[in-house]
Design a protein around this ligand. Sequence first.
Ligand code: HXC
Length: 260
Amino acid sequence: MEYSNLLYEKDGGIGFVTLNRPKALNALNAALMKEISHLMDQIAADPTVQVVIITGSGEKSFVAGADITEMQPMSAVEGRNWGKFGQATFDKIEKLPQPVIAAVNGFALGGGCELAMACDIRIASEKAKFGQPEVSLGITPGFGGTQRLSRLVGKGRAKELLFTGDLIDAQEAYRIGLVNKVTAPEELLNAAKALAQKIMSRAPVAVQVCKAAVNEGLDVDLDSGVAYEAEVFGLCFATGDQKEGMAAFVEKRPAKFTGK
Ligand code: HXC
């Protein structure tokens, strides 16, 4: 597939995705969402990609939401289908085997905040602004925002953001646990890449299994979650990386992981 609304490049083990509709502040229209969905399938099947970074083009915006001009004429059925398509697309990001870092360079509003929340880790520029302003448009969030926001920041804070539609800055997003880290704008991509490099230096299978275990566990009770963890923990002992990681520790040398 030719991508015309996003840029994708591979840099070492990093799959670098830039959402690229700067004139519309990278708003998510159907064409861009189809490209994201397609690209996530490609990345899931590409073992040369170890970590994914998603950012927005331009100085101002990560993603300013779903494209309002496309949604304006929608019927109820079209709205539901659009929501379901977006949810399925963001689910692909959340369930991607590889870790995904959102490098939030500016506005992350509505569907943009929902996209950032579907990523595993969020790093924000000091210029970033977050919010779910849908109630000002007469709608609710529809790409998972009512669910992921409360899981990330708790019920009370999520409800305040959802009911008011208020925007918060990067420091406030950090304070409430919506982002992992805040950087100067010019440092944002370096910080995302440095984090990606650190993750890539660890045992790749173990990293992917950690991601899956956290995701699985959040949807089930604690007993089921720890039971899943015991199984995948055991399976790690079938990997070369476990043998290498522990041998390297005992031999007092850096480990050389192969992801096998
Ligand atoms: C379509 C958008 C857009 C959007 C911005 N633009 N956001 N187009 N959909 N979500 C366009 C503007 O119309 C404008 O186009 C250009 O981008 C620049 O935006 P400005 O408004 O001129 O910039 P500025 O004054 O700096 O304001 C920035 C802003 C504002 C605060 C981010 O653009 C804004 O409030 N945008 C909408 C944010 C929002 O409500 N998002 C939630 C959408 S609902 P022109 O052609 O005039 O230059 C949603 C639901 C998800 O996401 C779930 C769906 C199921």
